[in-house]
Design a protein around this ligand. Structure first.
Ligand code: ADP
Ligand code: ZN
Length: 815
C-alpha cells in the first residue's frame, strides 16, 4: 500500500509571517520535499513557492493541490532552508522575505513556467500527452504552459509533470524579466597627456564648463559615459562637442561592461607563506566542524594569503567556499587575488549582474560547477555545494548588516550556516569590532554564542614597521592660510611636498563629500536643511547645488538667505571637492584624483581609478572613507587625515569605535612597501582615546578601553540591543504610535517578568528620512529574552495602520 502523501507547508515570496497548506498529489509526492520549488494556485494566479515541510496531517480547512514540482532536486538544500528559518525567527522577519534573500528573483515568485521538448522524446505517446508534445514542437520546442492550457482548455499540470518525469518534456521557470541585451555605451575619453593646472588655465581661459568637464573626466579615471555626463552631471552637448573639437577628448563606443573581472587573469599569490601565516593556517585547519576564529592581523600582515590557502585546502578536498568582502566594487584587489588562485572555479557575485546573470551564477554554484563564491553580504547565502569554509574579510565593516528586512548580520548568518553545514568560518580584520573580539576565548558566564578562536598576525610582511602616526593639534599647530576652509597645517603641507618631490604617492582622507558641509547665513545664522530629513544640506560644486545626504534630494543654491534676505552666504565646513581645489592650488604639478561617491557613481569607475594609482598615474589620491579600504599600494608613503573629528560627535555609541577603525585602516595604507611611510592626523581632539590609541596602533588597548565604556550604561557586547523604529508621514502619528508600542512592550515585559529595559520613545537622530518622521525605542537586555520578544512582537507589531514599525535586532546604527 502506498502511503498517503499528505499535505505540505509552502512559503510564498511575500512579506507574510504565515505559510500555506497545500495537498500533495500522489504523482509528485517524491519531489515535494523541504526546500523544493512548487507551483501553487494563489487566488487566480500560479506562483512558485518553497516547501517548508511535507507530510503534514490534513488541516481543518479544505485545501488546494500543488500543481507541479519542476525540479528533480530541491532548489534550497536543507541547511540553507534551515538558515532561512533561523533568520526569520532571530530577526523577526517574515519567512517569505528570508527565503527571498536566498533565491534570485527569477527562480521563484510570479514567474512564467515554460514547457520545453525534453531530452528523451518518447515515441508513442497517446492522448493529451501526445497532443501536448506535438503542440510544443509546433511552437518551436518551447512555450508557456499557461498558453498550452488555454489552447487545450484544460489544466495540464499533471500531464506536464508526467512528461517531465519520463524526460519527454522539461518544465522551466523563466525569469520574469527578459534578459537585457548587451548594450553599446558611448563614452567620452580624454586624449593624450593630462594638462597641468597652469596649462588648463591657458587653454580654457574663460570656458569654465569645458574646464570643469575636463576635470570631471580626469576624476572619473579618464573617461565617462556620455549619458552620465549629460543626464546626471548636466554638461550640455555643446560643451561635450567643444572639448572633442579642441582635440582633448574623443567619443568611443564600448560594449557595456558587464563584469570587469571577467577575462582578467587575476594576480598570482606570493609563493611562500611566512612562519606566522603558516601557523595561522594550521590553526584554521584544526578548527572543528562548525567552529570559527578571528584572524586578527595588523594592516599589511598578509591576511589575504591565509584566507586563500585555507580556501585552497578546502577546494582541494572537494568542498566549496564563500569569501565575503564589504563591498565588491571597492575591493578589486581582493577579487583579483581570488581569481588568480582559483580561476574559473570562482563565481563573483557583484551588483552589476542582471537578474538573469545572478540566477545563472546561482545555478552554477548549486550544481557544483563553481566551487568558490566571492561577494558582499548576500553572498553568505550562495548555494555552494558541500560548504567547507566561510571567510569574512574586514569583519568590522557595518555593511555586513542588511539595512532592510531581513535585517540580518552576515557574521551571525555565517556562524549559523557553518554550524548547520559542518563548515568552518574565519572573521578577519586589523581592527575587529568589540563585539567580535569579546567572543574570543571561553566565557563561562556566557555559554552562547560559542567562543571564537584567535589567530594573530602581529607583524607586517617582511617585518616592515607600521607607519609612525603624528597627531597635529589644530588648536595650536601652525597652519597655512590657503583661502579655503580646509584646515591645512604646515606639517601636512611640508610632508606632502616632500613626497611629491620624491615621486611617491600620498593619500588624503576627508570623510565628507561635497564641496562644503553646509551654507550658513553670516547675518542670521540660518542653515538650509533638507525639508524631508531635517539635516543640513551639503553644498556641491559639480553639479552645482544643495544636496541631502540621506534622501539624495537636490535643491538650487539660494541667491539670498531664505530667512533674512541677506545676499551673501558663507560656506561652512569642508568637503572633498574643496580639498581637491586646495591640493591643486598648492601643488599645481601634482596629478590629483578624487574618490568619493560622487566620482564613483558610474559602475567600475572605482576600478579605473585604482588601476591608475597602481600604474603610478596619480600622485595624490583624496577622498572619503572609501579610500581607507583594503588598498595595497607600496608606493604610498604618506597618509594625511585632514579632519579626524568628522564622525567623533555623531549621536551613536559606536562613534569612537568607528573613528578608531577608520584612522587605523587609513593609516594602514601607508608604508606598505620598502620605502616605508608615515601618517599625519589633523584634529581638534588629540586627547580623545580613539585618536590616541590609533596613533599608537594599539587596537587591543582601544578595545579594552572601549569595553569598559560599554559597561555603564550598558551597550553591546555588554548587553543585547533591539531598536524599534516607528515612522509615519505625520509627526504626531509617529509619536503616538511610538508611545503605544512602548506601552504594549512595557506591559509585555512586566507580565512576563522579563529582565529587559525599555528606553524612549525618543526622536531618532535623523528625525526625518524621505518624508517620514522617525521615533524609536531601545530595548536592552540578555539576547535570549530579546529573542523571545522579537518572535512574539514581530507579527503583532509590524506594519500597522499608517505608521510603520521596524524591529532592528543587533542594530549597527542608531542614527
Ligand atoms: P592585509 O590584508 O593583512 O592588510 P595583504 O594580504 O594585503 O595584507 O598583504 C600585504 C602585502 O603583502 C600584499 O602585497 C601581499 O601580496 C604581500 N604578501 C602577503 N603574504 C606574503 C608572503 N608570504 N610573501 C611575500 N609577500 C606577501
Ligand atoms: Zn533629505
Amino acid at each position: 500500500m502506498t502511503p498517503v502523501p499528505g499535505f505540505a507547508e509552502v512559503a510564498l515570496p511575500l512579506p507574510l509571517f504565515e505559510s500555506f497548506t497545500y495537498r500533495i498529489p500522489e504523482t509528485i509526492a517524491d519531489r515535494v520535499v523541504p526546500g523544493a520549488r512548487v507551483v501553487v494556485p494563489v487566488r487566480r494566479r500560479e506562483l512558485v513557492g518553497i516547501v517548508l515541510d511535507a507530510g503534514e496531517p490534513p488541516p481543518a480547512r479544505e485545501t488546494k493541490a500543488i500543481l507541479a514540482a519542476p525540479d528533480p532536486e530541491p532548489a534550497l538544500p536543507g541547511p540553507l532552508l534551515r538558515t532561512a528559518e533561523w533568520m526569520a525567527g532571530y530577526y523577526g522577519t517574515p519567512i517569505g522575505l528570508a527565503l527571498k534573500a536566498m533565491l534570485p528573483a527569477p527562480l521563484w515568485g510570479a514567474s512564467r513556467i515554460l514547457i520545453r521538448t525534453g531530452p528523451s522524446p518518447v515515441r508513442k505517446l497517446g492522448g493529451l500527452a501526445g497532443d501536448l508534445v506535438e503542440w510544443v514542437a509546433q511552437k518551436g520546442g518551447e512555450a508557456p504552459l499557461a498558453a498550452a492550457a488555454r489552447h487545450f482548455r484544460k489544466p495540464l499540470w499533471e500531464v506536464a509533470d508526467r512528461l517531465a518525469r519520463v524526460g519527454a518534456a522539461e518544465l522551466v521557470v523563466a525569469p520574469a524579466d527578459a534578459e537585457a541585451p548587451v548594450r553599446v555605451e558611448r563614452r567620452l575619453e580624454l586624449v593624450g597627456e593630462r594638462l597641468t593646472l597652469v596649462e588648463r588655465g591657458r587653454r580654457f581661459a574663460r570656458r569654465a564648463r569645458q574646464s570643469e568637464l575636463y576635470g570631471t573626466l580626469e576624476e572619473l579615471g579618464g573617461s565617462a559615459a556620455v549619458a552620465h555626463l549629460r543626464d546626471s552631471l548636466r554638461f550640455s552637448d555643446s560643451v561635450l562637442q567643444a572639448l572633442v573639437g579642441s582635440g582633448l577628448a574623443r567619443v568611443v563606443e564600448l560594449e557595456r561592461v558587464r563584469d570587469p573581472f571577467e577575462g582578467s587573469p587575476g594576480s598570482p599569490p606570493p609563493p611562500d607563506l611566512t612562519r606566522e601565516q603558516t601557523a595561522a593556517l594550521d590553526q584554521v585547519d584544526r578548527l572543528g566542524p562548525g567552529a570559527g576564529a578571528l584572524l586578527f592581523g595588523v594592516t599589511g600582515s598578509g591576511k589575504t594569503l591565509v584566507y586563500l590557502r585555507a580556501v585552497e585546502r578546502v577546494v582541494n578536498a572537494g568542498r566549496g567556499a564563500i569569501i565575503l568582502v564589504p563591498e565588491i566594487g571597492l575591493t578589486p584587489q581582493m577579487v583579483s587575488r581570488v581569481r588568480g588562485m582559483f580561476g574559473s572555479t570562482v563565481a563573483v557575485l557583484h551588483s552589476a549582474l542582471s537578474e538573469g546573470e545572478r540566477a545563472d551564477a546561482w545555478r552554477l554554484l548549486r550544481r557544483g560547477d563553481r566551487r568558490v563564491a566571492v561577494g558582499a553580504r548576500s553572498a553568505v547565502f550562495a548555494p555552494v555545494r558541500d560548504l567547507g569554509i566561510i571567510v569574512v574579510d574586514e569583519e568590522h565593516e557595518s555593511s555586513y548588516k542588511n539595512g532592510e528586512a531581513p535585517r540580518y548580520h552576515a557574521h551571525e548568518v555565517a556562524m549559523v550556516r557553518a554550524r548547520l553545514e559542518s563548515a568552518r568560518f574565519v572573521l578577519g580584520s586589523a581592527t575587529p569590532s568589540l563585539e567580535t573580539f569579546s567572543r574570543v576565548g571561553a566565557r563561562p558566564d556566557r555559554p552562547s554564542p560559542p567562543p571564537l578562536g584567535l589567530l594573530r598576525l602581529p607583524r607586517r610582511i617582511d617585518d616592515r614597521p607600521l607607519p609612525p602616526v603624528e597627531l597635529v593639534d589644530l588648536r595650536s599647530a601652525a597652519t597655512i592660510r590657503t583661502g579655503h576652509a580646509v584646515p591645512w597645517s604646515e606639517a601636512l603641507d611640508t610632508a606632502l611636498a616632500v613626497v611629491l618631490e620624491r615621486g611617491e604617492q600620498a593619500i588624503l582622507l576627508l570623510n565628507r563629500r561635497g564641496y562644503a558641509s553646509f551654507l550658513q547665513c553670516p547675518e542670521c545664522g540660518m542653515v538650509p536643511e533638507c525639508p524631508d530629513c531635517s539635516i543640513a544640506l551639503t553644498l556641491h560644486r559639480v553639479p552645482p547645488g544643495l544636496r541631502c545626504h540621506y534622501c539624495g534630494r537636490r535643491l538650487p543654491v539660494p541667491a539670498r538667505c531664505p530667512a533674512c534676505g541677506q545676499a551673501v552666504q558663507r560656506a561652512r565646513g569642508v568637503g572633498t571637492q574643496q580639498l581637491e581645489e586646495l591640493a591643486a592650488a598648492r601643488f599645481p604639478q601634482a596629478r590629483v584624483t578624487r574618490m568619493d561617491l560622487d566620482t564613483t557613481s558610474t559602475r567600475w569607475s572605482h576600478h579605473r581609478i585604482l588601476d591608475r594609482i597602481g600604474r603610478g598615474e596619480v600622485d595624490v589620491l583624496l577622498g572619503t572613507q572609501m579610500i581607507a579600504k583594503g588598498m595595497d599600494f607600496p608606493n604610498v608613503t604618506l597618509v594625511g587625515v585632514v579632519d579626524a573629528d568628522t564622525a567623533l560627535h555623531l549621536p551613536d555609541f559606536r562613534a569612537g569605535e568607528r573613528t578608531f577603525q577608520l584612522l587605523a585602516q587609513v593609516a594602514g595604507r601607508a608604508g606598505r612597501g620598502p620605502k616605508g611611510g608615515k601618517v599625519l592626523v589633523q584634529t581638534h581632539n588629540p586627547d580623545h582615546p580613539a585618536l590616541k590609541f590609533a596613533a599608537r596602533h594599539d587596537t587591543e588597548g582601544f578595545l579594552a578601553h572601549e569595553a569598559e565604556l560599554r559597561k555603564n550604561p550598558p551597550y553591546p557586547p555588554e548587553t543585547s540591543l533591539l531598536n524599534v523604529v516607528v515612522s509615519a508621514g505625520k509627526e504626531e502619528l509617529a509619536l503616538r504610535e511610538a508611545a503605544r508600542v512602548a506601552d504594549w512592550l512595557g506591559s509585555l515585559f512586566s507580565a512576563q517578568v522579563l529582565p529587559l529595559t525599555l528606553l524612549g520613545p525618543a526622536p531618532c537622530p535623523l528625525t526625518r528620512i524621505k518624508g517620514r518622521w522617525r521615533w524609536h525605542l531601545l530595548v536592552k537586555g540578555p539576547a535570549e529574552e530579546i529573542g523571545r520578544v522579537v518572535r512574539y512582537a514581530a507579527p503583532r507589531l509590524e506594519g500597522r495602520g499608517q505608521a510603520r514599525v521596524v524591529l532592528d535586532r543587533d542594530p549597527v546604527s542608531l542614527l
